[in-house]
Design a protein around this ligand. Structure first.
Ligand code: PEP
Ligand code: MN
Length: 366
């Protein structure tokens, strides 16, 4: 992937991970939202005990898509964060969305600020934050804007960089997409790759929690992020996820966070330069992306089969509807043949799908 936009001038300084091994990724973990002093301390101490945390995160101000959901504890949570820092020695991070947030966070010695996805989509807000940051010695991470627009992301990073912030990084948290997907926010890996091409020295950190929106897929996205040479992970961790005041479905317990991090493979960042650029490696990378998409789509398809099974059960309809299936087979074979696939392959593929779909529906019916 090459970047074809205007030249990007962003100067960066290394953000140390403060872990036993300086080669490890920057690991940012903590709850979506600060809820109480006890909750923050409980999570922070448990995370600290995993020995795999660089920075403790918690949202103080929460930008919510709809009003009337929990909008963050606000300024009274900042002394709690300060207490976490004093008691555990961990660095602390929170989201800022305007100048007042920046001033308050700095006053309470927050070490790392991040600009959220809804804010980084708005240049006026980002400029206001940048102006408030002038002269501050703080690390700043800019999440990708909600829409898949690399230039808008770069623009937000440039505004913060021009304010003199050197400990600067980007967070890949996925993109809103109209297309139905197994992810809450579609990863669209080509966008962070384009950012990396535009600005090779800028560290990019992945936020698997907001990409996945559930806990099951987090290990896959975390490993993939490291394999894509991302420099860190931001993961939401809560002491009682089902009762969390925001993003309950995607938060890990500290125990599962430990298992996740210890299960990750840190592959060498020095692949044989020529080999990774070889035509074969590039084609394989394309296949990997397509297989990812095919498996995601199959999973969506089987979910829908399940819903149909439920409908059939409730309405007392037979599972096998031969005429519908014959139509599907004829139509898909025609389409597939027009796209250069063999009839033999299409038949075998459709049979497998049909069988799996019937199995899923039978399990639901019986
Ligand atoms: C968050 O990190 O809790 C958050 C609100 O993230 P995003 O801006 O990525 O939605
Ligand atoms: Mn969240």
């Amino acid at each position: 992937m090459t970047y074809t936009g205007a030249k990007v001038e962003i100067e960066t300084e290394h953000i140390p991970n403060t872990l036993e091994n300086p080669e490890w990724p920057l690991l940012i973990a903590g709850p979506c939202s600060a809820e109480s002093e006890e909750q923050l301390l409980d999570i922070a101490v448990k995370l600290k005990n995993t020995r795999r945390i660089s920075v403790f995160r918690a949202g103080i101000w929460k930008p919510r898509t709809r009003p009337n959901s929990f909008e963050g504890i606000g300024v009274r949570g900042l002394p709690w964060m300060q207490k976490v820092k004093r008691k555990t020695g961990l660095r602390i991070a929170t989201e800022v969305a305007n100048a007042e947030h920046v001033e308050l966070a700095l006053k309470y010695e927050v070490d790392m600020l991040w600009v959220g996805a809804r804010t980084s989509a708005n240049p006026f807000s980002v400029q206001e934050i940048a102006d408030a940051l002038k002269g501050a010695d703080v690390a700043v991470l800019v999440k990708n804007p909600v829409n898949p627009d690399t230039e808008l992301w770069i623009g937000a990073l440039e505004r913060i960089s021009k304010a003199g912030i050197k400990k600067l990084g980007a967070i890949h948290r996925g993109f809103s997409s109209h297309e139905k997907s197994v992810f809450r926010n579609s990863p669209m890996w080509n966008i962070p790759i384009e950012l990396k091409a535009a600005c090779p020295q800028l560290p990019i950190i992945c936020d698997p929690s907001h990409i996945c929106g559930n806990t099951e897929l987090i290990p896959f996205i975390s490993q993939k992020a490291l394999d894509m040479d991302m420099k860190g992970l931001m993961i939401e961790v809560h002491n009682n996820p089902p009762c969390a005041w925001s993003d309950a479905k995607q938060q890990l317990t500290p125990e599962r966070y430990g298992e996740l991090i210890y299960g990750l493979l840190l592959r060498s960042s020095l692949p044989l330069a020529d080999e990774s650029q070889s035509p074969l490696a590039k084609l394989r990378a394309e296949i990997d992306l397509l297989d990812d998409e095919i498996i995601q789509k199959l999973s969506l398809r089987m979910n829908i089969s399940g819903k149909i099974g439920l409908y059939k059960k409730e309405n007392n309809v037979k599972i096998l509807q031969m005429s519908r299936w014959n139509n599907i087979v004829a139509n898909r074979i025609n389409m597939g043949k027009a796209m250069g696939l063999s009839e033999e392959f299409l038949k075998r593929y459709l049979d497998l799908i049909h069988q799996e779909s019937i199995n899923i529906q039978s399990a639901i019916m019986n």
